[in-house]
Design a protein around this ligand. Sequence first.
Ligand code: HSE
Length: 453
Amino acid sequence: MKPIQVGLLGIGVVGSGTFNVLKRNQEEIQRRAGRGIEITMVADLNAARAQELVGPDVTVVNDARAVIANPEIDIVIELIGGYGIAKTLVLEAIAAGKHVVTANKALLAVHGTEIFAAASAKGVMVAFEAAVAGGIPIIKALREGLTANRIQWIAGIINGTTNFILSEMRDKGLDFAVVLKQAQALGYAEADPTFDIEGIDAAHKVTLMSAIAFGIPVQFDKAYIEGITKLGAADIKYAEQLGYRIKLLGIAKRREPDATNPTEGIELRVHPCLIPAKRLIANVEGAMNAVVVQGDAVGTTLYYGKGAGSEPTASAVIADLVDITRLHTADPKQRVPHLAFQPNAMSDLPVLPMGEVVTSYYLRLRVADETGVLAKVTGILAQAGISIDAVLQREADEISTEAAAGQPQVPQTDVIILTHDCMEARMNTAIAQMQALPTVLEPITRIRKEELA
Ligand code: HSE
């Protein structure tokens, strides 16, 4: 049988990895897919460089629409990125009856509902394994491997740049800004790292996972997003002393109603998080990714690997090509739905506002080291119904040696408090009250804590 023909839009890092792996492993891939898979056409703005990469047998153009218009092309791989032209091209490819493979998490997290609906109406597949956690087959695991389960929660380190920065901060005791500069110099962080360090990239990915895990529509606009830019070396050190590590997590959690709280819904959030140092995921270092999924039948499962890079991401792209090659002639109704659940059986469980999220907290208060300060702080927490789990007070002399020249010599200390679970809205009120105390000298640091048990 003639190989299935693939057109590639954008041959950068992932595109060239896809081309090379497909070529290198073609015999093995064909034995799995039951048919050859060939990239026969590439569109790239730098056509000369693209031609050099793929050699003379592949048609190279600089107009992506020429690929979409080619009736010989069965599958279009979109590796352009972003929400702009990529969206137009993906919708045009679908309209032209092409199956689409994409690594574009931003596009699907924001416009997924429209894109998947268009694909279903046309009877084509949009596959996106490469959009979440690079080479880790987490989409396949959630959509198929764990299909027996009622998923309870997902927690993932799904941004390698920020995990690299946090690992360096912990290892070397450095502050965020210093490590970011080093990471940029080493090529680990982009020149404009906003999407990574502000948690937006992780939010795109966890939004996609939440849809597949709970059968809800993709709702990036409802995700709570907080990055790592405000984390200091001191908090990482205190967390360590308390037996925790700080990681940027993407969390999607099902809230079941219970006797104390009738709220039902999905928590969808990205923020730095204290997690027990003994958990496997706490030991995921550098640019690596990992996702923990808890299902009611399977229990806790962990997926670990490279979340970015040429061939790891190509591994995911090619897995999708093989899936489509096997399934494109099947009745569309028999295929695995894009978001795991049948489109007419999606859940209307709401994504909960952050104020309704229930979690525990790490608080750090820089306070004047005076009699009664701790009593006032703990009194506010008690009045808010927030139960304290642990308190750590840093030695006052350690702090005073750090006081900057010219600052008033008030004896200061850091009070670190770990709380039990409480609703975020309550904690917001308590923090505002504590912040108003004249003895609280700096903005209070609040980092959420997850036991991941
Ligand atoms: N910039 C991402 C990361 C990789 O640092 O993990 C692509 O999603």
